[in-house]
Design a binder for this molecule. Structure first.
Ligand SMILES: [Zn+2]
Length: 428
């Protein structure tokens, strides 16, 4: 299926055009933020930087970083519009005991709707579709973004929210749902309940599944395609702090395209904050280019991913790409001085058909050489000879590509790493 653009002008723009647009938007945004947000004005002054110093996109690096804790502590000071212009507020659990609150003007909401309309159209969702949204509404952003986008393209929305799985299945059957938006694990829960009820969901009208929160493994994607009868499974990425962020590329399935007119992204070393270049993996730093109420300036997202940058993609878009293998900075492990991200190891595991792609890294800092163990999950139990050869190849490949030698590889049965589990365990 050829990709269809909702907004041909922006989605079809060349890398050069997008970078030019970004610079214009960045200059305007930095000026606006400096003039209207007490928080950012203070930070810019402390860093000794003025909006007039932003002359190129690279100059963004002159601006100070913003942490999540700062946003949690300074809601009213961050606001760059009067409270009377705030149309809605979203909230997510905080890291400092205070919730993180994000405000949007009417125009901010419109931008999220536009980004979401682009995304849904790109994945093949049309006006004729029936979109069942099983993500949480309330103060969390997830369901709202897809809701606003589906509304914009004129699709029919079933805003059912999470839970009551039997009722979800009834809706799929009775209303002829064609697009299901759900947390990855919830997709599997629906399949399980349908199985118990003797329902074959693939016999109904579902054609597109959108997975949110956890990235499904390749094996899980094929299970979803079979179980629901999906023609396509897309992965959604974004957060309450940066809604309407990206779209999962149709051609290069390992990447998301970041909407360049809304967000400027950089990657930095999560420890030193040193700026990294294209093709490198690091912490995603996000600057919102048009947001009015609650702007992000060099926001440290805590998400670790690969950054590809601007390049014309086979799907027709030149918006910069970031990897779908996303780790949290909270989960990274340092083994003998080298930072290791579970996602990086998982990308290597996906090349082994004997493995599911899920793993757990265990570092024992008590041992003098910081013994590192890699636990990998097997698709099915291979013979001992195969296990030995997989183990050797795996250790070698991780050594070459990540720069770390694991002392031990332990095979665990399929299902050991289902649901929530710690990807990294550091024993100190
Ligand atoms: Zn693409």
């Amino acid at each position: 299926m050829a990709v269809v653009f909702w907004n041909k002008k922006i989605q079809g723009a060349s890398a050069e055009e997008l970078r030019k647009l970004q610079l214009r938007l960045l200059k305007r945004q930095v000026k606006r933020v400096y003039e209207n947000s007490a928080f950012y004005r203070r930070k810019f002054k402390e860093a000794g930087v003025r909006p007039s110093q932003i002359k190129s996109l690279e100059d963004v690096a002159k601006l100070p970083f913003t942490s999540r804790e700062e946003l949690e502590a300074n809601f009213h000071e961050v606001l760059a519009v009067p409270m009377s212009n705030v149309a809605t507020i979203r909230m997510t659990s905080g890291t400092t005991g205070r919730p993180l609150r994000i405000a949007h003007t009417k125009h901010d909401v419109e931008m999220v709707a536009e980004a979401s309309a682009r995304k849904l159209t790109y994945h093949g969702v049309r006006k004729e579709d029936i979109v069942q949204v099983t993500a949480s509404y309330g103060l969390w952003q997830g369901a709202w973004s897809v809701h606003w986008g589906a509304e914009k393209i004129g699709a029919c929305i079933i805003p059912i929210g999470p839970g009551d799985t039997e009722r979800q299945i009834l809706m799929i059957k009775q209303l002829g749902t064609t697009v299901l938006y759900a947390v990855t694990n919830y997709h599997f829960r629906i399949l399980e309940v349908a199985k118990a009820l003797g329902e074959k969901l693939r016999n109904y009208n579902l054609r597109i599944g959108i997975c949110v929160a956890e990235k499904p493994s390749k094996e899980q994607i094929s299970m979803l395609e079979k179980g629901f009868g999906y023609e396509k499974v897309a992965i959604d990425y974004g957060a309450t702090e940066f809604p309407g962020f990206s779209v999962h590329c149709e051609e290069e399935r390992d990447f998301h395209h970041v909407w360049a007119d809304y967000y400027l992204v950089e990657v930095v070393d999560p420890e030193t904050r040193e700026l990294l270049g294209e093709g490198e993996r690091g912490e995603l730093v996000i600057t919102s280019l048009q947001r009015e109420a609650f702007p992000l300036i060099r926001y440290l997202s805590r998400d670790i991913t690969d950054y590809v940058g601007f390049k014309k993609c086979a799907c027709g878009m030149s918006h910069p790409k970031v990897g779908v293998d996303i780790d949290r900075t909270d989960f990274m492990a340092k083994i003998r001085g080298v930072i290791v991200y579970p996602g990086h190891v998982e990308a290597i595991l996906s090349g082994f058909p004997e493995l599911t792609g899920r793993c757990q890294i265990i570092v024992d800092k008590r041992t003098p050489k910081q013994e590192a163990t890699l636990k990998v999950e097997m698709s099915k139990v291979p013979s001992e000879v195969v296990q030995k050869s997989v183990k050797e190849k795996l250790i070698e490949e991780v050594k070459n590509r990540v720069g770390v030698t694991f002392n031990e590889v332990i095979f665990v049965p399929n299902g050991s790493f289902e649901g929530k589990f710690r990807k990294t365990i550091v024993i100190t």
